[in-house]
Ligand binder design. Structure first.
Ligand code: PEP
Ligand code: MG
Length: 315
């Protein structure tokens, strides 16, 4: 649909062009798909599959060791399909597996998971995809079957990317496994400062979208553990350094017609949403409960921007 198209390049334009920010929704479990769709959201800006996979109580490696890849693929296929069916004609960005290893260690197959001193900085996200091709391939096979079944609203989002080469390598693997990588929607999460800093290189590498994972971007920019209450007061999504990284990435995305979004918790905060709209973000993906208030915050800010522009033009 027309409104899903990325914003046109605005190189040289004096102020952000108002295109109408989409408000999407985050989904973690297929059971929440109907409730998420009932918000009227413009799509799913983040479908987390780790809850679905952790719920199986077996590691992806267990399925491979037992020769039960088909079982894993079927579970994943069915779970994702429920969400795709709830959002016909609207984009659904499915994130590849992003569970830290410690969450797998007490499951069947958990003995093969590495024991890591700091799992949040360890073997998770795209690192795991690149480093364990068989596990990545089961996910890609699932996506392939969904695309083949006609779900062209499915996009794939890579988490914890910190170098364009990671995206290029993941894309090459998908291509080797028969995905027409130029015809499908592939993007990244911007949740490590390096990926915001190198955003133009990611754009050159062919990302179709970028989405701010502020939960991690804040912790990695400020060196503040997102789960440590001793430093909770230092965990500041609106820290100037975080905002500067976000602004940098939005500006580059807009200039190149790449959709720029947010799926971290900060996108469910109305004042942050207003700031993001003002700075030209294409879409905001909020928690289910937050969609109405984010819609309102976006509408207010857009109205204010339009009125300001009209007044300037009349002055
Ligand atoms: C984030 O980091 O902001 C994010 C959406 O991913 P997660 O919370 O699953 O790490
Ligand atoms: Mg994250």
């Amino acid at each position: 649909p027309k409104k899903e198209e990325a914003a046109a390049p605005v190189a040289g334009a004096p102020a952000p062009v108002i295109t109408g920010t989409l408000v999407k929704v985050n989904v973690s479990l297929p059971e929440a798909a109907q409730r998420a769709a009932a918000t009227g959201a413009d799509g799913v800006g983040l479908l987390r599959i780790e809850h679905l996979i952790l719920g199986l109580q077996k590691t992806p490696g267990w399925y491979i060791n037992k020769g039960k890849e088909e079982e894993f693929i079927r579970e994943l296929y069915d779970g994702i399909k429920v969400v795709l069916d709830a959002f016909p004609g609207k984009s659904v960005w499915v994130r590849t597996l992003d569970a830290p290893t410690d969450e797998f260690r007490n499951m069947e197959g958990g003995e093969d998971e590495p024991a890591e001193h700091n799992p949040m900085l360890g073997w998770r996200g795209i690192r795991r995809d690149l480093n364990s091709p068989e596990q990545f391939r089961m996910q890609v096979e699932t996506f392939k079957r969904l695309w083949a079944a006609g779900y062209d609203n499915l996009g794939v989002m890579f988490p914890l990317v910190n170098h364009p080469d990671e995206f290029i390598r993941a894309k090459a693997m998908m291509k080797r496994w028969g995905v027409d990588v130029d015809a499908v929607t592939l993007g990244i999460m911007v949740e490590i400062p390096s990926s915001a800093i190198l955003i133009e290189d990611f754009i050159r590498a062919g990302i179709r979208f970028a989405s701010f994972g502020t939960n991690d971007l804040v912790q990695y920019t400020l060196a503040v553990d997102r789960n440590n209450e001793n430093v909770a007061d230092m965990y500041m999504p609106k820290h100037p350094a975080v905002l500067k990284l976000i602004d940098l990435a939005i500006t580059a995305c807009r200039a190149n017609g790449v959709e720029c979004s947010i799926c971290g918790q900060a996108g469910s905060d109305p004042s942050m949403a207003a700031w993001l709209v003002e700075h030209g973000i294409t879409s905001i993906s909020a928690n289910i409960d937050a969609v109405p208030r984010i819609r309102e915050a976006v509408a207010r800010k857009e109205q204010q921007m339009i009125l300001d522009m009209a007044r300037r033009n009349n002055a």
